[in-house]
Ligand binder design. Structure first.
Ligand SMILES: Cc1cc2nc3c(=O)[nH]c(=O)nc-3n(C[C@H](O)[C@H](O)[C@H](O)COP(=O)(O)OP(=O)(O)OC[C@H]3O[C@@H](n4cnc5c(N)ncnc54)[C@H](O)[C@@H]3O)c2cc1C
Length: 405
């Protein structure tokens, strides 16, 4: 650092789960990285539970293992089976992880545990600096470098800036990158439910008329609920007294796990779709929700972000090892090509599934039940869906195959 100028290879704006993972991966590959986040880091003790629990697909777990983060995540619950049902229809699809290998489909991890593990790793990674709380006030992308002025007067100089500030990314907006976006008019009610009987590692996805109702296994006899409802109804449900809320929840959950109780508060997230028209610009790349935000129906948003991380690490560390410019347009174009189709296809599938299943129109119900029946009867098709759930389809960068940087 000289005269308030911090020299680095890559500046990552946004130190969420995606931005921190990216910073760690790039620094492990020998790059100097600065991550800027507007929020102060959580203390070394576990932050308060904010309701969010993520399904980390098998391939994402391999990446977190290769980055040395997974070993700090003891409280991860394996997802062994997935059951998909359409309302009260007797037809359902049952995915058993043993049909595609010995490993679980993925693990359920509380976001606060993952954030703490990532923050712990930041302190142990040479070449990585987390500036938080801090804010970028001016971002200039000059021909040969990026200059970012911070609110405290310092400047960060880097060859490349990555916008990872989530859906409302100022880096994306300042670059004039437009997005395709729409609201689902739905909210995801999120809460933790304790139950009498063990869940046996089974995740349930129920398609109810208002939207999907997911029951996801957590450690102990607990499950995390992602309960999609129309926005206005969700607000009314959240305002119900405890006993009435539990009764509404129980009607959808059923009694297969015995007596239920809601543990802790209830949260609600508005649900929308977002896809950036470009993931790159001059000396700029977008990663995670800054580039794409999808419906949580398939629990894949963070997994997509971790796939961006693995791809950027592979390309940028490769560039650095050859002594090439990290802002090289060809390298950035390779990133966009590698990631765009995958995210667009998954975004479209989750959008289509949500539209197809979030209604109770009889002919539509008939068609989708036939569809579920066909999937159940066709093992090769089922295996394709199961490999998608594990996240190990297609051309994977090394981190997603579990190879250290
Ligand atoms: C109900 C629900 C359930 C979900 N379940 C799953 C699941 O099971 N599996 C899954 O894979 N995904 C799931 N997702 C999606 C997942 O939560 C997101 O895709 C993921 O959190 C995106 O991470 P991110 O780091 O890109 O963005 P964010 O988590 O939004 O992080 C952005 C970071 O940038 C910082 N920031 C913002 N603005 C600025 C700024 N101007 N300057 C500096 N820093 C800034 C913020 O402080 C934050 O730290 C779910 C989402 C919802 C709503």
């Amino acid at each position: 650092m000289r005269d308030g100028m911090i020299e680095s290879d890559v500046l990552v704006v946004g130190g969420g789960l995606v931005g921190l993972s990216l910073g760690i991966g790039l620094a492990q590959g020998g790059l100097d990285v600065v991550v800027v986040d507007r929020e102060a880091p959580a203390s070394q003790t576990l932050p308060a539970f904010d309701g969010r629990v993520s399904a980390i697909a098998h391939a994402s777990r391999q990446a977190l293992q290769a980055l040395g983060i997974w070993r700090h995540l003891e409280a991860a619950e394996p997802i062994l089976d997935i059951r998909v049902t359409d309302g009260t229809s007797p037809l359902f699809v049952h995915y058993d992880h043993r049909e595609v290998g010995a490993e679980p489909f993925g693990h359920m991890v509380e976001n606060r545990h993952l954030r703490l593990a990532l923050q712990g790793a930041v302190n142990e990674t040479p070449g990585l600096r987390l500036l938080a709380p801090a804010a970028v006030t001016v971002l200039e992308r000059r021909p040969a470098a990026v200059h970012a002025r911070l609110a405290d007067g310092r400047t960060v100089r880097a060859a490349l800036v990555v916008g990872a500030e989530g859906r409302n990314s100022p880096t994306r907006e300042a670059a004039g990158i437009r997005t395709t976006t729409w609201s689902y008019g739905q909210a995801g009610i999120v809460c933790t439910v304790g139950h009498e009987r063990p869940h046996q590692g089974v995740a349930q996805e129920r398609f109810l008329p208002a939207g999907p109702f997911a029951i996801l296994p957590m450690t102990g006899s607990r499950s995390s609920l992602v309960w999609t409802e129309r926005e206005d109804l969700a607000a009314a449900l959240l305002a119900l007294p405890e006993a009435e809320f539990l009764a509404e929840l129980g009607r959808r959950f059923g009694d297969y796990l015995g007596k239920l109780e809601v543990e802790g508060p209830r949260w609600s997230y508005p649900l929308s779709f977002l896809h950036a028209e470009r993931y790159i610009d001059h000396r700029l790349a977008l990663a995670g929700d800054a580039a794409h935000g999808i419906h949580p129906i398939s629990g894949q948003g963070l997994n997509l972000g971790l796939r961006d991380v693995a791809t950027l690490v592979e390309i940028l560390v490769g560039q650095a090892r050859l002594g090439l410019d990290l802002g090289d347009p060809l390298a950035l174009a390779a990133y966009e090509r590698w990631r765009r189709v995958d995210t667009f296809v998954l975004g479209a599938i989750t959008d289509g599934l949500n539209r197809l299943f979030s209604n109770d129109i009889a002919p539509v119900r008939l068609v989708r039940d036939l569809g579920l029946g066909i999937v159940e009867q066709l093992p090769p098709l089922k295996r394709v869906f199961m490999r998608h759930a594990r996240g190990d389809m297609g051309d994977l960068p090394g981190l997603l195959r579990g190879e250290p940087v």
